[in-house]
Design a protein around this ligand. Structure first.
Ligand code: ZN
Length: 77
C-alpha cells in the first residue's frame, strides 16, 4: 500500500498515511492538522523536487565510471 504525504497549507506540518489509491482522496479529506487544526492539505509528491533549491546540485545520474558507455563496450574496437 503506497505511502502518501500531505502538507498543511496553514502551517506546513506534514502528515503521512498509507492508503489504497482509490481511498486516498477520501483519507485526505478527513485529515486534520495536529499542529493548527486545519483541514486544508495539499499532497506532497515524494521524490520530486518542488523547489528550485536543488537545481544547482548537478546531474541526478552521474556518468558511469570508465567511459562513455556502461560495461566498457567502447573498448572493444
Ligand atoms: Zn497546520
Amino acid at each position: 500500500m503506497p505511502l502518501y504525504e500531505y502538507r498543511c497549507k496553514e502551517c506546513g506540518n506534514v502528515v503521512e498515511f498509507r492508503s489504497s489509491m482509490s481511498a486516498k482522496e477520501e483519507m485526505a479529506a478527513t485529515l486534520q492538522c495536529k499542529s493548527c487544526g486545519s483541514g486544508d492539505f495539499t499532497q506532497v509528491f515524494s521524490g520530486i523536487a518542488l523547489t528550485n533549491d536543488s537545481k544547482s546540485a548537478g546531474p541526478a545520474h552521474p556518468p558511469p565510471s570508465g567511459g562513455c558507455c556502461p560495461g566498457g563496450m567502447c573498448n572493444l574496437q
